[in-house]
Design a protein around this ligand. Structure first.
Ligand code: 0O2
Length: 226
């Protein structure tokens, strides 16, 4: 499967000859590696589902709207290693790439994002590697989300392995914005002037959506006090 995807990308001229050869030579370890990352995604997803269930029982509300997970494609991995000028090996992927496994948690309210992050990080089998708070400090583009790089153990037949997972926590509004902005990044052939105008408008939209998140949260809090 991975081999086919790589071949396809190669035919399209998207990745180099040497990358495909390296992947083919390392097919078994690559499959194994991807499988461990899939397990790590399952572990983290389950942790969030359990938290959602508990909040639903205890406080009669679900902090999580949706969970979307993704495994970086072999092509994506190869591109990133190349872009960062990193060695192409299983070890290098494990050591240098934090986002092979990605879990995106979408909430209605910003407060719930911090609550869930705190609950996750309190768990004694979760190790925090890095935290990036693009909600308190949005990117220049307007991007907002809370990013956590965590290490989680996966329990195999006879051993335990730790794997890194990138967790992105966002509100529905943040996710809506990020999806549209992501589309713009991959759009080809837009004249620079129009690109600049769209990017400017997206920055404005990010501010409007941040204000909306805040107002909705205030309304929820006022309602809960009644
Ligand atoms: P994709 O296609 O979503 O996977 P890194 O390059 O990851 O080592 P970096 O760039 O500091 O380091 O990572 P950062 O800022 O934590 O961002 C990682 C991911 O966050 C991105 O993954 C996006 O998913 C998301 N992201 C960050 N900035 C933006 C932004 O301005 N707009 C949107 N739409 N998403 C953003 P990838 O791999 O870039 O993309």
């Amino acid at each position: 499967m991975i081999k086919e995807q790589l071949k396809d990308q190669f035919i399209k001229g998207l990745i180099d000859d040497y990358v495909i050869e390296l992947f083919q030579r390392n097919m078994m370890p690559v499959n194994e590696l991807m499988s461990y990352y899939r397990c790590a995604i399952m572990e983290v997803e389950t942790k969030f589902k359990v938290l959602n269930e508990q909040f639903s029982l205890q406080y009669d509300r679900n902090p999580i709207e949706t969970i979307k997970s993704r495994l970086k494609s072999p092509e994506g991995i190869a591109k990133k290693l190349k872009r960062k000028n990193l060695e192409f090996s299983i070890r290098s992927i494990e050591e240098n790439l934090n986002d092979v496994a990605g879990v995106r948690v979408i909430c209605s309210f910003t407060e719930d994002i911090y609550l869930l992050a705190e609950c996750l990080l309190q768990q004694d089998d979760i190790k925090l590697i890095e935290i990036k708070d693009y909600i308190k400090n949005p990117k220049e583009s307007g991007y907002r989300s809370l990013h956590l790089i965590v290490e989680v153990p996966i329990f195999l037949e006879n051993e335990k392995k730790n794997r890194k997972v990138e967790v992105q926590l966002r509100t529905i509004a943040m996710d809506f914005w990020a999806s549209l902005e992501h589309k713009l990044r991959y759009k080809k052939d837009i004249p620079q002037e129009e690109l600049d105008r769209l990017a400017e408008e997206l920055v404005e939209c990010a501010q409007v959506s941040a204000a909306l998140d805040e107002r909705m949260e205030q309304i929820r809090n006022r309602m809960s006090r009644i």
